[in-house]
Design a protein around this ligand. Structure first.
Ligand code: RFL
Length: 387
């Protein structure tokens, strides 16, 4: 078994397969330091925690993760909070930075004797329609190599080799939400004890705790804005205005540690299996970060895929593998639907004729319904934490 990519999907899959006695190797383009320090997600769904716990991989997040169950919306009509831990299914998030989770999974894999080749870039998957697929790769010294396997798991993200190797005619749904976020990691404690979503005519602003000392902020910006375009004074000015700091309290300032620009788009590959090539995580589907689902879906897919591969390879039962794509896509589309709804709740995305007062009024009405309707709040909570 060859696994492409050592993100949450590839490393969980590697741990589960190795733990079941399936011979596997992980090929990872980056070096170990980069893999262990890449800051991205932070909100783990209850189901993600259950999956990791079920396989004895939740020690770190149980030790250092923090339960989280409140979000706050700030709009032109005031602010309101939803204690989503008491709504819907009563589930919470666990805040645990993705790089910590990846480090835990990597350490566990290596301690158990798992094989991983860092700085080895997969170039293409060949003969996926045969029982003897191969992966061509480039070794750290630039030498080409070829890996043989019974199956190849494409967990190498959106721009990886798995996606490039899909047969012509594969369906790829793509949706550009039209909005762009400047993502910031700031060396400062969280400014509020909730996820903050600010809907403002200057654009969206978001606040998400990461640790007691580090906070993630998002600011909607124009498409094409370079990550370093805004000086720090402008960032704090925009955050203060959009989060309405004058009314609701100041933002805790600190140095900006990291910046990234994210165009909000979504895509889904269908199906997720092409003979011996199976896709999971961002390679299968990319979500806008509006609802914090990507890492959670990656974990869910890795468990589904691991169970199906063990059935096939260890017990000769191919049924779960045959159903993998259909089962995984059901979760993916549900997450896509909710993320899409969140994007429309939080943004005034200019259409071809500029800002639309009609869309603005719909958005305001949607927020008002969320503020006042218990039924709507239950639906929100179930989807917000669920994957
Ligand atoms: P990853 O984590 O991208 O890992 C893929 C790995 O594959 C390697 N790779 C290759 N290796 C070999 N050969 C090649 N040709 C290769 N090409 C790539 C890469 O180096 C990498 O190590 O994918 P995976 O495992 O599918 O996990 C997906 C998640 O990382 C992603 O969905 C989330 O980070 C998305 N996301 C969030 N998800 C959440 O659930 N909650 C959040 O709060 C959240 N916040 C975010 C996010 C993503 C963000 N960005 C950067 C788009 C915040 C941001 C800013």
């Amino acid at each position: 078994m060859v696994i492409l990519g050592a993100g949450p999907a590839g490393l969980l899959l590697g741990n589960l397969l190795h733990g079941s006695g399936i011979d596997c190797v992980v090929l990872e383009r980056a070096d170990p330091d980069h893999v262990r320090t890449r800051a991205r997600a932070g909100f783990l769904a209850a189901n993600t925690v259950r999956i990791l716990d079920r396989h004895g991989l939740a020690d770190g997040l149980q030790r250092a993760g923090r339960a989280h169950s409140t979000c706050e919306f700030r709009t032109e009509d005031g602010r309101f909070r939803l204690d989503y831990g008491r709504l819907g299914r009563g589930e919470r998030h666990t805040v645990y930075p993705q790089q910590e989770l990846v480090t835990d999974l990597l350490n566990r894999f290596l301690d158990a004797g798992g094989r991983i080749r860092f700085e080895t870039e997969a170039l293409a998957v060949h003969d996926a329609d045969s029982p003897h697929p191969t992966v061509t790769a480039r070794e750290p010294d630039g030498r080409p190599t070829r890996w043989r396997a019974r199956y190849v798991a494409g967990c190498d993200g959106r721009h990886g080799a798995a996606r490039r190797s899909l047969p012509p005619g594969t369906l790829r749904h793509h949706h550009d939400h039209g909005a762009t976020w400047l993502g910031l990691l700031v060396q400062a404690p969280p400014s509020l004890d909730a996820v903050g979503y600010a809907v403002h005519r200057r654009g969206f602003a978001g606040h998400m705790a990461r640790t007691a000392e580090v906070t993630r902020y998002y600011l909607q910006c124009d498409r094409g804005t370079p990550a370093d375009a805004w000086p720090e004074e402008r960032i704090w000015h925009e955050l203060d205005l959009r989060m309405r700091a004058a009314e609701h309290g100041p933002m805790h300032r600190g140095p900006v540690l990291h910046r990234t620009v994210v165009d909000l788009d979504s895509d889904v590959v269908e199906p997720l299996r092409h003979g011996a090539l199976l896709l999971a995580g961002d390679a299968a589907s990319l979500l806008s970060p509006s609802a914090a689902k990507g890492a959670n879906l990656a974990v869910l897919a890795a468990e589904l895929l691991a169970e199906a591969l063990v059935d096939d390879l260890a017990h000769g039962d191919p049924r779960a593998l045959d159903q993998y794509s259909r089962r995984c896509l059901a979760h993916i589309w549900r997450a896509q639907e909710f993320s899409h709804w969140m994007v429309r709740l939080l943004h005034a995305v200019p259409g071809p004729y500029g800002r639309s007062p009609f869309d603005d009024s719909l958005r305001r009405t949607r927020l008002e319904s969320l503020r006042t309707s218990r039924t709507h709040q239950d639906w929100f909570a179930e989807n917000y934490v669920g994957v």
